[in-house]
Design a protein around this ligand. Structure first.
Ligand SMILES: [Zn+2]
Ligand SMILES: [Zn+2]
Length: 837
């Protein structure tokens, strides 16, 4: 066994760390090890085993956690690519790739010191340590702690680490023979408070240390098994025995407890030896929702069939290829994906389907389960750490070869990957907005390349980057130009709200035309959706005397009035404040609540259409996938007439009764200083318009706008993706924006204004004084949101036609920042940034 190993530790440092391999340990490359890091214990991934003695003293690894790799060669390679491309620390990348947090428990422990041991013995003789002001109760409590810790030796450590013999042999002092006991264990054994322990640490009787350790994360469930039905049974006992017998003799205890018999009955049966209760690993249940019947009949039309056979041919070729599936809203892309995946499953290979965050509702999970049975693993953000770890192991064992999930499912440890599909590939939830700031769509393409697999990107509104790549023949372009069953795309009518203002003499939220169209639909018992992409009641509170807005304490952002909750809320950091009766700046009573959010729109619509059944869908009314699905089900079942909401209502639902979509505010983004604003607006308008007319009756869209001449609005109204794409590409080319150049946002932040200014100034000077081959640097400038979550923020935007040059410059900048002692966590590098805010 080599003498050393390099370990990627999840800390914000761009390096790996060398540890000694103890004689009886056998770490593997791609496996986890527990290592000491500063004052903590951490799990890292072994990236190399070697005999090169480093010229610093090394610590030994504490425990080998995996006998076989958890990241195979390909995933290790993918991790390295992400670390390099996104300039992210390798250890943090690996942590993101492995959903195994549940197998490692973070905790704090206490260890007796020599002083503590002496104190204990003195206390044993004299009963007290003299000049102390402690109460007798406190002294007794301290004694209990010292006594408890002294009675343990390190073999009894409750860290769950089997043994630490290599470490002990190396150090060999008495201190290490004293046990480190977890805080929970110690406190439950001695019934003392945290502050008492803190006091004992201050007196140097104890040390407080990191006691994090691996643990068994298997979820268990109590299962009752019928051993015998002999002997006399009373009525209650008979009920339980019959229930067990009817289910083949094995039933989860909670199920039996839900029967109408006293809780003691089961205990009696156990005591009589008729029933046995054991803990068994819980089987993962995908979803409790019942599947919607025949949602995906694989009865494909000619265009779908042709797309499917192209996918199948590519998969059969066993080499990398990319495909962009551009299908209008309602063209049946999902059916094509699922049919292609079923083909992969039948061939005994694996596939991954990535979906946007909001798309994975319990009903979708139930559908998938119906199609793929137990061979599907579903990964979404509502899973607990344990559930996530279970799914990961199922995939790894090969029990589940079809993986469906949000962003991080791109790292699923499948073997023999044949196909990765990225549904709604333009969706911004694929970009992770924290380190590592990877884009799952781009990682999917790289992973497919490494695996000789096929990647399919699908959307009604592909991102400029993907369509550009398809046009340059990097991907095959496959179009689904028509809706299924030849249903027409909805007619779109634009309402110019400036003209509406001139004609009516006041600011309208709902135009006369939209009001009339809604009434008509409601009279015909058809359904309506109205989009207003801004939540809350009023987005701005303004003082008419001094002209100031009510802003968040932590962010340079106006607080939004939420009427029902009766408070002011910051949508960025969650800060809340009471609703002001007077201006907080000058005390004037002339405070005005301006603008309209979805909550106010709902109220307005209630007033206009008192008979209608109206519901609202936004982040204030939807806390979970279940809430989201409940609202959509109500609409689908005809229990609602009108659904109001933010962009949540725009995403991919297939509700047949909706014949009118009103867009009340979706173009506000066009006023923002962001080069992707037009693209985002076009996508949102197209997607929400796509909700209309998916059933028998043709749909209509009424689009209210203050930017009626803007090309994003005009092309969306004509369902003209190509027209929009050509126009937008021209703008990107002139401005050297993606896809014509690679772009990175570098954000420097600190809660101290001086630091933020000084650091960004130092980096600015360095950018100015150093030559950067073919890289344009803009900045430093105050970020559009200059203060966010208490941090002051300055940024640079870097653009280059060459990714390599951009990467080199960013790396050199980080090295300079480290030399200048700017903390790594305060310099955020966002490669291919989606937001420059
Ligand atoms: Zn004022
Ligand atoms: Zn805030």
């Amino acid at each position: 066994m080599p003498e050393f190993c390099d370990v990627a530790v999840p800390v914000p440092l761009d390096m790996v760390f060398t540890y000694r391999v103890p004689p009886d340990a056998a770490p593997v490359v791609g496996g986890r090890v527990l290592v000491p890091f500063r004052q903590q214990r951490m799990t890292g991934i072994v990236v190399e085993l070697h005999d090169r003695k480093p010229n610093v003293t090394t610590k030994g690894i504490l425990t080998v956690l995996d006998a076989v790799p958890v990241l195979d060669e390909q995933l290790l390679q993918l991790g390295r690519w992400i670390a390099d491309y996104y300039l992210a620390p390798l250890g943090e990348v690996f942590r993101t790739m492995l959903p195994l947090n549940a197998e490692f428990k973070r905790s704090i422990g206490y260890r007796l010191t020599e002083t503590g041991e002496m104190t204990l013995h003195q206390a044993g003789i004299s009963g007290s340590s003299g000049r102390s002001r402690r109460t007798p109760e406190e002294q007794a409590a301290e004694f209990r702690v010292l006594d408890y810790l002294a009675s343990r030796v390190s073999d009894e450590d409750d860290r769950g680490v089997p043994h630490l013999s290599p470490l002990l042999r190396d150090v060999g002092t008495l201190a290490d023979a004293r046990a480190l006991i977890r805080e929970e264990t110690l406190r439950s054994a001695t019934k003392v408070s945290r502050s008492l322990l803190a006091g004992m640490v201050r007196k140097k009787w104890l040390t407080r240390e990191d006691a994090s350790a691996p643990q068994d994360a298997t979820r268990t469930i109590r299962v009752a098994t019928l051993k015998s039905a002999e002997g006399k049974l009373n009525e209650n006992q008979r009920t339980l025995v019959d229930a067990l017998a009817a289910s083949g003799g094995r039933v989860p205890v909670p199920t039996l407890q839900s029967l109408d018999v006293p809780q003691s009955t089961l205990a009696t049966l156990v005591r009589r030896g008729l029933v046995e209760i054991l803990d068994e690993p819980a089987e993962f249940t995908v979803s409790r929702s019942k599947p919607r019947p025949s949602l995906f009949d694989f009865d494909l039309n000619a265009a779908q069939q042709s797309a499917l056979s192209r996918m199948r041919q590519s998969v059969a070729a066993h080499k990398f290829s990319g495909m962009l599936l551009h299908g209008v809203t309602g063209s049946g892309k999902t059916a094509v994906y699922l049919a292609a995946m079923r083909g992969v499953l039948e061939a005994g290979r694996s596939a991954i389907l990535l979906v946007p965050e909001i798309g994975l509702t319990p009903a979708v999970a139930a559908d998938l389960h119906q199609i793929f049975g137990d061979e599907v693993a579903i990964l979404h953000s509502a899973l607990s750490d344990k559930e996530r770890a279970e799914q990961w192991h199922r995939i790894r064992r090969g029990d589940a070869r079809m993986v469906v999930g949000t962003r991080s499912a791109v790292f699923a440890p499948v073997a023999d990957l044949a196909l990765i599909i990225v549904d709604e590939e333009h969706d911004s939830s694929y970009k992770q907005e924290e380190t590592p700031r990877y884009h799952a769509r781009d990682v999917a393409v790289v992973r497919a390349k490494m695996s000789n697999a096929v990647v399919v990107l699908g959307s009604a509104t592909p991102s400029l980057e993907s369509y550009f790549n398809a046009k340059k023949n990097k991907y095959a372009l496959v179009e689904l130009p028509d809706r299924v069953e030849q249903r027409p795309l909805p007619e779109v009518e634009i309402i110019d709200m400036r003209q509406e203002f001139q004609e009516t003499g006041h600011e309208q939220v709902i135009s006369r035309k939209l009001a009339a169209e809604i009434k008509e639909r409601l009279d015909r018992k058809e359904q309506v959706m109205v989009l207003l992409n801004r939540r809350g009641y009023s987005p701005v509170v303004l003082c008419r005397t001094c002209g100031k807005k009510l802003e968040c304490q932590n962010c340079a952002i106006a607080l939004t009035h939420h009427k029902r909750e009766h408070k002011m809320v910051c949508h960025y950091c969650g800060f809340t404040a009471p609703v002001p009766k007077a201006c907080v700046h000058c005390g004037s009573e002339y405070v005005y609540f301006l603008g309209t959010g979805s909550e106010k729109l709902e109220e307005l619509l209630h007033g206009m259409f008192p008979q209608a059944r109206i519901a609202r869908l936004d982040r204030d009314t939807v806390r979970s996938h279940e809430d989201f699905e409940r609202a959509l089900n109500a609409l689908n079942e005809g229990e609602l007439d009108l659904l109001v909401g933010t962009q949540m209502i725009a995403k991919g639902h297939d509700i047949h009764g909706v014949t009118l979509v009103g867009v009340v505010g979706a173009d506000a983004a066009l006023g923002l200083p962001d080069f992707r604003a037009a693209e985002r607006t076009f996508q949102l308008l197209t997607q929400v318009a796509g909700r209309a007319g998916r059933g028998q009756t043709p749909g209509k869209v009424v689009l209210q706008t203050y930017f009626q001449d803007h090309y994003a609005v005009q092309y969306a109204a004509r369902h003209d993706f190509i027209g929009f794409y050509e126009k937008e590409l021209q703008f990107r080319s002139w401005m050297h924006y993606p896809p014509y150049s690679a772009l990175a946002n570098v954000l420097v932040r600190s809660d101290k204004l001086d630091d933020a200014l000084q650091w960004s100034g130092a980096l600015g000077k360095w950018f100015d004084s150093t030559r950067h081959e073919g890289v344009r640097v803009l900045g430093p400038a105050a970020a559009p949101i200059m203060r966010l979550k208490r941090d002051y923020r300055y940024h640079f935007v870097l653009k280059s036609p060459s990714r390599k040059n951009l990467n080199t410059t960013l790396r050199a900048m980080l090295a300079y920042a480290a030399q200048k002692k700017i903390p790594r966590t305060q310099v955020i590098v966002d490669v291919d940034a989606l937001w420059l805010m």
